[in-house]
Design a protein around this ligand. Structure first.
Ligand SMILES: *[C@@H]1O[C@H](CO)[C@@H](O)[C@H](O)[C@H]1NC(C)=O
Ligand SMILES: *[C@@H]1O[C@H](CO)[C@@H](O)[C@H](O)[C@H]1NC(C)=O
Ligand SMILES: *[C@@H]1O[C@H](CO)[C@@H](O)[C@H](O)[C@H]1NC(C)=O
Ligand SMILES: *[C@@H]1O[C@H](CO)[C@@H](O)[C@H](O)[C@H]1NC(C)=O
Ligand SMILES: *[C@@H]1O[C@H](CO)[C@@H](O)[C@H](O)[C@H]1NC(C)=O
Length: 296
C-alpha cells in the first residue's frame, strides 16, 4: 500500500471514529439537545431531534426512523405548542424532569414529574425500539417513557389500552394534517382517536370525538370476535393482556429486519399498517384482511 493511500485510509478511519462518537443515544443532566443536534439509538434505527412537518416552519421535538429517506415521524413531544424558531433546547432539569424550552426560557413541554419521583442520577436514552426513556441511571428504573404517550403511530412493543395502577391510558390521536401534528379537529366532534374500551370484554374502538366510527367487536380472550383483522399472518404476532391492573393490545414483528408501523390517519379515516419496501424506497400499505377491515 502506498503511503498516500495509507494516510487516506487513516484519515478515513479517524473520520469514521469521530463521527460515531458524536452519535450518542443518551444524555445526562450535564448535556442538552439543541435544534440541529440529535440522539441516535444504538443500532441506528431511530433518531430524536427537532423537525418541521410538511410546509410548516414551526419546530417540534420528535422521533423518526433514522434509516428511511422518506422522513417518517413516529412521535412528537410538543404537539400542541410548537417553537417558532431554532431556539429549542431539550434537557433534564435539576429535579429530574425532561423539559423542552424555547428562546425566552419558557417551558414549551415537559414530562411534568412531581419531585417525589425524581431520580438521583437520571439518564435519557433513545432505545432501539424508538422508545424515549427517562430512567434512574443507578437502579435502571424507568420513570417516564414516550411509549406511554403515543402520538398517531403504533410501533412494535407499544401498548393500546390502559394501566390503572400508573393511571395511564394508551391511545393514538391523529395529526390535524401533514403540516400540523396538533390534534385533529376537522371533525364536528373533535379529535380522531384509536384506543380500547371496556364493555363486557375490552374492545378496540376508533372515535371521532365522542362518536364511535369503528368497532370490530370485543376481545373475548381468543380473538376480537367481530373482526377478521386478527389472525395469524406472516408479518406480526399479536398479544392481548387483560388482568386487574392492565388491559392492553400489543404486537411484535416476526422478522426483525422488516420495518412496519400502524398509523391513525385522519385523511383516509382509519388506521393503516404500512411496511417499508427497501427496494422501492416507499411505504406500502399492508393488509392481511378483507376490504373495510383493518390490520392491528
Ligand atoms: C415567536 O413567538 C414569540 C412569542 O411567543 C414572538 O415574540 C416572536 O417574535 C416569534 N418569532 C418569530 C420568528 O415569529
Ligand atoms: C415567553 O414565554 C411566555 C410563556 O411562558 C409566552 O407567553 C411569551 O409570549 C413569550 N415571550 C416571548 C417574547 O417569546
Ligand atoms: C423541572 O421541570 C418540572 C416540569 O416543568 C418543574 O415542575 C420543576 O419545577 C422543574 N425543576 C426546576 C428545579 O426548575
Ligand atoms: C426477513 O426480512 C428480510 C428483508 O425483507 C429478508 O431478506 C429475510 O429473508 C427475512 N427472513 C426471514 C426468516 O423471513
Ligand atoms: C393518509 O392517507 C392518505 C390517503 O390515503 C395518504 O395520502 C397519506 O399519505 C396518509 N398519511 C399518512 C401520515 O400516512
Amino acid at each position: 500500500m502506498g503511503i498516500l493511500s495509507f494516510i487516506f485510509l487513516l484519515t478515513y478511519l479517524l473520520f469514521l471514529l469521530s463521527k460515531v462518537s458524536f452519535a450518542v443515544d443518551s444524555i445526562t443532566p450535564s448535556l442538552y439537545i439543541s435544534d440541529g443536534s440529535t440522539l441516535v439509538s444504538k443500532d441506528g434505527s431511530f433518531e430524536l431531534g427537532f423537525f418541521s412537518p410538511g410546509i410548516s416552519k414551526n419546530r417540534y421535538l420528535g422521533i423518526w426512523y433514522k434509516n428511511i429517506p422518506v422522513k417518517t415521524v413516529v412521535w412528537v413531544a410538543n404537539r400542541l405548542n410548537p417553537i417558532n424558531d431554532s431556539s429549542g433546547l431539550l434537557m433534564i432539569n435539576s429535579t429530574g424532569s425532561l423539559v423542552l424550552m424555547s428562546q425566552n426560557k419558557s417551558v414549551v413541554w415537559s414530562t411534568g414529574l412531581g419531585t417525589q419521583k425524581q431520580a438521583k442520577n437520571p439518564v435519557l436514552q433513545l432505545s432501539d425500539s424508538g422508545n424515549l426513556v427517562l430512567r434512574d441511571g443507578n437502579s435502571g428504573i424507568s420513570f417516564w417513557e414516550s411509549f406511554d404517550y403515543p402520538s398517531d403511530t403504533f410501533l412494535p412493543g407499544m401498548k393500546l389500552g390502559w394501566d390503572s395502577t400508573k393511571g395511564i391510558k394508551w391511545s393514538l390521536t391523529a395529526w390535524k394534517n401533514p403540516d400540523d401534528p396538533s390534534l385533529s379537529t376537522i371533525f364536528t366532534y373533535g379529535d380522531f382517536t384509536y384506543g380500547i374500551e371496556m364493555h363486557a370484554y375490552p374492545e378496540p374502538v376508533i372515535w371521532k370525538g365522542n362518536k364511535k366510527v369503528y368497532r370490530p367487536g370485543p376481545w373475548n380472550g381468543l380473538r376480537f370476535s367481530g373482526s377478521p383483522g386478527l389472525k395469524p399472518n406472516p408479518v406480526y404476532d399479536y398479544n392481548f393482556v387483560s388482568n386487574d391492573f392492565e388491559v392492553y393490545y400489543t404486537y411484535t414483528l416476526k422478522n426483525k429486519s422488516v420495518i412496519s408501523r400502524i398509523i391513525l390517519n385522519q385523511t383516509s379515516n382509519t388506521r393503516e399498517r404500512y411496511i417499508w419496501i427497501e427496494a422501492e424506497q416507499v411505504w406500502r400499505r399492508y393488509t392481511s384482511v378483507p376490504r373495510d377491515y383493518c390490520d392491528y
